[in-house]
Ligand binder design. Structure first.
Ligand code: A5P
Length: 222
């Protein structure tokens, strides 16, 4: 079993009958959704809110019930992947472009668990390019602001065209290498008109499950 699968399998232990569950996006969540479908076939009763079209399609194909976030007052537990996590359980997300719905779902959740392989646990955030979701209108001007700030922006592409998120927005990735103060940066970037969301997830994860070779390590927020 690879580390992503190990972390995903472990996270299943936190799911209880009757829960409203938030399902993240990505290759680690892929293992979770498949394993969850097995548990549901064996009698587990949960309703799920999805963070992307990709996850909804997979979940529905496996017989998992997906409901709209607006149908529930809150989500009991959300399990998602991450691109980088530090020891304070702050992280970068959005490598798959689902950061906006992922953050909305996480903020509506009583508890958030991230499942990651050991390469994602880092001393300092920033090596992974920081995704910023921006509205297409005037996005070149936001891009220029990032350039002037020395944030090394790149517009995410899908072939020759701009990558478009599930909400119809674009993504600008910032190659920062080191993020000294992730809260300050999140606030600064979010204030720019045209920015919809930033892939910095500060003070959101309660638990991180790290897959390590043949075992898992669980880190909880203190
Ligand atoms: C999706 O936009 C991301 O936030 C993912 O949760 C993150 O990129 C982790 O993806 P993997 O599990 O595929 O590494």
């Amino acid at each position: 079993m690879n580390e992503k699968q190990l972390a995903a399998e472990k996270s299943i232990e936190f799911i209880k009958d009757g829960m409203i569950l938030g399902l993240g996006t990505g290759s680690t969540v892929f293992f979770l959704v498949n394993r969850l479908a097995e548990s549901i076939k064996q009698g587990l009763k949960v309703k799920c809110v999805s963070t992307s079209n990709q996850t909804s399609t997979l979940a529905k194909s496996l017989g998992i019930e997906i409901i709209d976030l607006n149908e529930v007052a809150y989500i009991d537990l959300t399990i998602d992947g991450a691109d980088e996590v530090d020891k304070n359980l702050n992280g970068i997300k959005g490598g798959g472009g689902a950061l906006l719905f992922e953050k909305i779902v996480a903020k509506a959740s009583m508890k958030v668990i991230w499942i990651v392989d050991s390469s994602k646990f880092v001393e300092q955030l920033g090596k992974f390019p920081l995704p910023v979701e921006v509205v297409p209108f005037g996005s070149n001007h936001v891009f220029r602001k990032f350039l002037e700030s020395g944030y090394n922006p790149t517009k995410r592409k899908n072939g020759e065209h701009n990558f478009i998120t599930d909400s119809g927005n674009e993504i600008i990735d910032l190659q920062l290498n080191k993020i000294e103060d992730s809260i300050k940066l999140e606030n600064e970037v979010k204030l720019l008109p045209g920015v919809v969301e930033v892939g910095l997830f500060n003070n959101i994860a309660d638990i991180v499950i790290i897959g390590r070779e043949n075992s898992t390590e669980i880190i909880s927020r203190v």
